[in-house]
Design a binder for this molecule. Structure first.
Ligand code: UD1
Length: 431
């Protein structure tokens, strides 16, 4: 098992090119199940979630190959099974998209309940309600979602909450259904739009993605085609927070600044400068200038993303004053707090609120990445801490961040990967 060893205190300077969106690609690969033909997907990030999905797709009979390191060719013509491998499915959260895709293609799906980040309980009742509205009968037996439909028929539905997963999953089940499906109170996140754009490029008729009403006119079949995945909004935000926290000047290439507006606003409020260009951003902060305290409330897009609140907490742990984070999407998403406290951060959690009292310094410690965003938050904290931090369980980080170690190193960070059997950090080493 690998761990990261980071020696903190170095500013970040230089240029980094960001990868294709994790939350887009994990929807687009299952969406390819709906296509009888060859889908060529570009800007695919090399992350563990993609490797796991490729594995699941191959086991179902899809022909999946890399044309180059970022281009995936998927031909699902010969997929005959609507059963997804149980153990493989449990490795990642987004395997739930296979339910909608298999149901749409075959009228049947057998998919284990998803795994992935276990930062809070993550139900899929809205997804199931949507499938049922389309005419499916859905049950959960022995940990497996069992969905069957004689026929899927378009209908109107109003989501109880603009859930990302439910919006995408219902869209997947509806593209080949008969008639018109209308999803009201739909999620508007950029990756929902990207998955809709992918499906439209393959012949689907989806309108309104990115607004709160999505209309899907069922078509008889989808055809093959080419598609390029959008840049990763959260990876970009993470590097923005890292640059603001460590100080320095970082040029972030391959981003869509529009998708980052709520994040840019908070990074600027913290005292860093954000300059926006067509497809790149520059984030800078004089390492000696103070980090300002601020408040954040997470909301569905275009509000501040829940996937960025922990990285901001690492930044705000060093702010001059008290900051408050209110988490409204996943109310107990504060697993990072205990780990950051080990590094000297002063944080308390009350319900869905985290209060952060800025401290003068963080100190290196041995900490654990208990989920994807907690893991990367610890990386940011380690970059600004005095001494050496060892982060274990980094497999969670590598589920969603492509080449994070190389990217940070290219910006001047002192970060290396070692095997877990290397002796742990001792106090003398830290000092
Ligand atoms: C997706 C993202 C995740 C992000 C989250 C919120 C992917 C693969 N993952 O997760 O990175 O943190 O959006 O932006 O895109 N809920 C229910 N029942 C459901 C579905 C959701 O109660 O059937 C609740 C959840 O518990 C949560 C809220 O709705 O409180 C939002 O969840 P949702 O938007 O569905 O998140 P995910 O799709 O799981």
């Amino acid at each position: 098992m690998k761990k990261y060893v980071i020696s903190g205190g170095k500013p970040l300077n230089g240029e980094v090119s960001l990868s294709g969106g994790k939350n887009a690609v994990v929807g687009i690969i299952p969406a390819a199940v709906l296509v009888k033909g060859v889908c060529v997907i570009e800007n695919v990030p090399a992350i563990n979630d993609v490797a796991d999905l490729v594995d699941i797709m191959k086991k179902m009979g899809a022909d999946v190959r890399y044309l180059d390191e970022k281009t995936l060719r998927i031909d699902s013509t010969n997929v005959v099974s609507y059963v997804a491998d149980y153990d493989a499915v449990r490795k990642l959260r987004a395997s739930y998209y296979l339910i909608g895709a298999l149901l749409g293609r075959f009228g049947h799906a057998r998919v284990g309940l998803p795994g992935g980040c276990d930062f809070v309980e993550r139900p899929i009742d809205y997804h199931i309600k949507g499938f049922e509205a389309l005419g499916a009968i859905v049950d959960i037996k022995h940990g497996i979602v069992v969905a069957d439909a004689e026929k899927l028929t378009g209908t109107s539905m109003n989501l109880d909450f603009p859930s990302v997963g439910a919006t995408v999953n219902i869209m997947l089940a509806a593209v080949l259904a008969e008639g018109l499906t209308v999803i009201e109170n739909a999620g508007k996140e950029p990756h929902i739009v990207d998955i809709a754009n992918f499906l439209n490029a393959m012949g689907a008729q989806i309108k309104g993605a990115g607004t709160d009403v999505i209309k899907i006119k069922g078509v008889a079949e989808l055809h093959g085609g080419h598609y390029e995945i959008i840049p990763d909004q959260i990876e970009a935000g993470t590097f923005m927070a890292a640059a603001a926290a460590a100080g320095g000047r970082v040029i972030l290439r391959n981003v869509i600044p529009k998708h980052l507006e709520s994040i840019s606003a908070k990074i600027e409020e913290s005292g860093a400068k954000v300059e926006e260009f067509d497809d790149y951003l520059i984030v800078s902060r004089d390492a000696d200038s103070p980090i300002k305290n601020l408040n954040i409330k997470t909301l569905p897009y275009p509000g501040f993303p829940t996937d960025m609140q922990s990285q901001m907490a690492a930044l705000l742990s060093r702010a001059g004053g008290t900051s408050i984070i209110t988490e409204t999407i996943f109310s107990h998403r504060f697993k990072y707090v205990d780990e950051l406290r080990r590094m000297g951060a002063k944080m308390t959690v009350d319900g869905n609120i985290c209060v952060i009292e800025g401290v003068d310094k963080l100190t290196g410690a041995s900490v654990r990445a208990c989920d994807l965003r907690t893991g990367v938050t610890l990386v940011i904290a380690a970059l600004i801490a005095e001494g050496i931090t060892e982060i274990s369980d980094v497999r969670y980080i590598e589920r969603g961040y492509e080449n994070i170690v190389d990217k940070l190193r290219s910006l001047g960070a002192d970060i290396k990967v070692v095997n877990d059997d290397t002796p742990a950090v001792t106090e003398t080493k830290i000092s």
